[in-house]
Design a protein around this ligand. Structure first.
Ligand SMILES: [Zn+2]
Length: 398
């Protein structure tokens, strides 16, 4: 009998599936109803990115909850930052955003409601599920006496859906002082996974300087910036740079019809899939535009970088595999998603390359940025378990 049991246990170990932490799993089950209550409170506050008052009310609730959990809370530029001091050695950071894509009044047509396993509401998945999950994961772990971190930092930002222009630098500089960042954007309802990359965004501006002249009397004296711009757009439209994709989308030249235009500008949309994509594109464009078609004109190109691309490092990929193993403990599967066209603040968090950054720890759901956004109730316990186990392992890592 004893031998048989030993064989069964070994069999389990050999197949790689570790046993679940039953105490933690039970704590997660206890946390489900309170998390749903938090989620409801957050969804009932409309917080479209441009609705400053609404986003501030979400910040009030979030800051109050972090303070109640024992964090020192700092509020700056609409960003809520909570810091917990622990007894361990690692510095952990959790991020989620408070704003949504919806216009004021959205709750009149898209009400909060529960239908079976689904809870509907604007922003419920993206990203109020991330905020609720973070608050209740910390509550659960602290209640169990876990404080295996030197510092645990939580950042809730107000402008993710409009490019994190005010909060991106803060996220990047804070992340650079941490060992791990787990970003809590929502996960998919069909197949949950860890996201390994997301595009960065930039804007390219081409400026041509020519010389004005009377278009009828002395056109040859002028240096036509519009003609030069056209030439430069044509010869750069198919520029091929690994890690950067450019499409010219706007242009402007000339003030009046009887003057040879002295200047012309064009702007383009840039998507980045490599950390140095913007630099390489800048260099390639500068080389291309150096030789003018219209003599004596000067063309310059500038690239303004927005949200950086997110590319999971080898270390982060190893931690994604750990996440898969943790999900295996509770008999669930976790996919590894190679990439998405949408941006994420994991890009800012990973900019310095110092922290191990992983994305998409939020609840499972669907319909984000759409009409019937929802989360699934049966994803709450697994997501609480996954994030808390990841934090435990990160805290205990060397
Ligand atoms: Zn989001």
């Amino acid at each position: 009998m004893k031998k048989l049991i030993l064989a069964v246990v070994l069999g389990g170990v050999l197949h790689g599936a570790m046993a679940a932490d039953q105490g933690l799993l039970e704590a997660a089950r206890t946390q489900q109803a309170p998390l749903l209550a938090t989620l409801k409170e957050l969804v009932l506050i409309e917080s479209g990115s441009s609705d400053t008052a609404g986003v501030a009310r979400v910040a009030d609730v979030s800051a109050r909850r972090l303070t109640a959990l024992g964090a020192a809370v700092e509020r700056k530029d609409g960003i809520v930052t909570g810091r917990f001091t622990g007894k361990g050695s690692k510095r952990l950071m959790l991020i989620a955003h408070m704003d949504t894509v919806y216009q004021p009044g959205i709750l009149a047509t898209q009400q909060y409601h529960v239908d079976g396993n689904r809870v509907y509401g604007p922003g419920i998945a993206d990203d109020k599920s991330g905020i609720a999950l973070i608050l209740h994961t910390i509550e659960m772990l602290h209640a169990r006496g876990w404080r295996d971190y030197a510092q645990l930092t939580v950042i809730f930002n107000p402008d993710e859906e409009v490019g994190s222009r005010a909060s991106g630098e803060w996220i990047a500089t804070q992340a650079a002082q941490h060992d791990f960042v787990f970003s809590c954007e929502p996960n998919g309802a069909q197949m949950e996974g860890i996201l390994l990359s997301a595009s960065g965004i930039a804007t390219a501006t081409m400026t041509v300087q020519g010389r004005a002249a009377h278009a009828g009397v002395a056109p040859k004296v002028g240096r036509n910036a519009l003609i030069e711009l056209s030439h430069q757009l044509l010869q750069t439209q198919d520029i091929n740079v690994p890690g950067a994709q450019l499409n010219w989308t706007r242009a402007n030249a000339g003030l009046v019809t009887n003057q040879i235009p002295a200047s012309a500008t064009a702007q383009g949309d840039v998507r980045l899939s490599a950390a140095d994509g913007a630099q390489r594109l800048q260099q390639a464009l500068s080389e291309k535009v150096a030789k003018p078609l219209v003599a004596d004109t000067v063309t310059t190109v500038a690239i303004e970088q927005g949200r950086p691309p997110f590319i999971a490092t080898d270390a982060a990929r190893a931690w994604a595999a750990r996440a898969q193993a943790i999900y295996g403990e509770i008999d669930r599967k976790l996919a590894l998603y190679p990439g998405t066209g949408g941006g994420t603040d994991a890009g800012y968090a990973s900019r310095s390359g110092k922290a191990i950054v992983l994305e998409a720890f939020g609840l499972a759901g669907d319909g984000v940025h759409g009409k019937d956004e929802y989360i699934t109730i049966d994803s709450i316990v697994p997501r609480l378990y996954l994030l808390s186990r990841m934090m435990q392992e990160a805290g205990a890592s060397r």
